[in-house]
Design a protein around this ligand. Structure first.
Ligand SMILES: Nc1nc2c(c(=O)[nH]1)N[C@H]1C(S)=C(S)[C@@H](COP(=O)(O)O)O[C@H]1N2
Ligand SMILES: [Mo]
Length: 465
């Protein structure tokens, strides 16, 4: 087996065993940590913006970037294979020390050393069997890498066709305008397989920092606090105009204020910091955390949160984009100073105040509409804490506007449903929608989601026949 292939095989073996350790014992996984660090170091969210434009707002861009990091990692390990086993392991150790706590780094490097020693090329004639085994390992490593990258690339491509807005389902047992947990959009800094899957019996919430009595709560403790229900729309800052990264649900939990009263807040505390099981970190000025609708929730639409959407506990902050609202929270710290948050370290707006948006759910982009027949133009509009006061629609590219009917909201923090019956003439028509929030019309100036959320009117051509 060539030195190159042997170095590469050692890299693949280490990566596969590391992945198993990650899945079974939750140990830090170097390519994943590398991905986190690189995305921060690059400080060039334009790369992600470009990936999103190219691959759609689904998971494709993120997976694509991860594949890049994985190749970088495997390439590095292959190069290490050109050094003597001990030297290679020491170089790896130095690299790992930058990425993870000392014990894990040493463990990994030792493991790598063992793999390298085991893969030492067979020299003598009577080692023919060994030579065959090594060749098989080499071939296996190539196959595993091909299969894994093939699978990931397929996901990258699948990520591209997630553009449809999930229709608000007719006949759903949920109230009108409420999206089921299954239909709620999903966004995560992690590859989905790396999202935390927490067990109620192992999970606790620690409240620490500038509090009178630092305490640890179980989920059962927290459910004994006075419970509150709130209908609230969650909106991702990376949602493009007309996009589907927005959803409305009924959440159950308790106020952050209630929790803070239990632990007693000390003088000098100015920020509340959420720390999550996936290393995500976010913060909020303490004053805002006391507002009556800032909730920690464990249920959605009457059912427990699933792992994807944050089991067992996530925070909801009216008026701010989804990135401010940590899932899988394990610790809440009160501090006199603010911390950089996960996405603000990567170029996104730290404050993330929701901007007014409106979209069509009918007609849908790219789908035909019948002529000479009454249809219902409809969609949603949302502006965070600011109420939607009016929604207008144009069927002539913005030359003239019609007022739509708004459905009364059940909550100040829910999106507003709008509709307008209309009969189209045959032909091609450009439809446009714009909302007024707090009496002010939504800006028609288009802006990319990065760094502070997209703006502009949702407009597209419909083919009426
Ligand atoms: N711990 C953690 N919380 C997180 C994130 C994350 O990656 N990790 N992503 C945030 C972002 S960017 C958004 S838009 C919402 C998405 O929540 P959802 O997937 O349940 O809709 O979660 C937020 N909370
Ligand atoms: Mo987001």
């Amino acid at each position: 087996m060539s030195v190159w292939l042997s170095g590469f095989s050692a890299g693949v073996l280490l990566s596969v065993l590391g992945l198993l350790a990650r899945l079974w014992a939750g140990l830090p996984y170097p390519p994943q940590v590398l991905f986190d660090r690189l995305t921060r170091l690059m400080g060039t969210p334009e790369v992600f913006n470009w990936l999103h434009q190219w691959l759609g707002v689904g998971q494709g861009g993120k997976i694509g970037a991860f594949v890049g990091v994985l190749f970088l990692w495997l390439g590095g390990l292959t190069l290490l294979g050109l050094m003597a086993p001990l030297v290679g392991s020491l170089v790896l150790l130095v690299g790992l020390l930058v990425l993870m706590p000392v014990p894990w780094a040493i463990g990994y490097a030792l493991f790598y050393l063992l793999i390298r020693l085991a893969l030492q090329p067979a020299q003598k004639a009577h080692q023919a069997g060994r030579r065959q085994a090594l060749n098989a390992i080499g071939a296996g490593s190539l196959l595993v890498t091909l299969a894994a990258s093939g699978g990931l690339f397929r996901k990258v491509l699948q990520g591209t066709d997630q553009t449809a807005t999930p229709a608000l389902k007719a006949g759903s047992p949920l109230p009108e305008g409420v999206v089921s947990q299954e239909d709620l959009y999903y966004v995560s800094k992690n590859l989905e397989g790396f999202d935390p899957v927490l067990k109620e019996q192992d999970w606790t919430l620690k409240v620490s920092g500038r509090v009178n009595t630092p305490q640890t709560f179980t989920l059962a403790d927290l459910k004994k606090l006075p419970q509150k229900q709130l209908e609230l729309t969650l909106n991702c800052i990376s949602n493009p105009v007309g996009g589907f990264l927005i959803g409305n649900a009924i959440w159950t939990g308790f106020t952050v204020r209630e929790l803070l009263n239990r632990v007693g807040v000390q003088q000098g505390a100015k920020f509340i910091i959420w720390k999550a099981a996936d290393g995500y970190i976010e913060s909020l000025p303490l004053g805002e955390a006391y507002e009556e609708d800032v909730l920690l929730v464990h249920s959605i639409n009457g059912e427990p949160l699933n792992a994807r959407h944050g089991f067992p506990l996530r925070v909801l902050i009216p008026g701010r984009y989804g990135m401010k609202q940590a899932r899988w929270i394990t610790e809440i710290e009160l501090s006199s100073t603010d911390v950089p948050s996960y996405w603000s370290q990567r170029g996104w707006d730290k404050e993330a105040f929701i901007k007014p948006s409106s979209r069509f759910d009918y007609p849908e982009e790219g789908k035909p509409v019948p002529a000479q027949q009454q249809v219902e133009l409809r969609g949603v509009a949302f502006a965070g804490k600011t109420p939607i006061t009016r929604v207008e629609v144009s069927v002539d590219g913005g030359k003239s506007w019609m007022e739509t009917t708004l459905k009364e909201r059940r909550s100040n923090h829910a999106w507003t449903l709008w509709s307008l019956p209309w009969t189209f003439e045959e032909g091609i028509h450009e439809v446009v929608v714009r909302a007024h929030a707090g009496g002010k019309v939504q800006t028609d100036q288009t802006a990319d989601p990065l760094p502070s959320g997209s703006t502009g009117w949702h407009r597209f051509l419909v083919n009426v026949s």
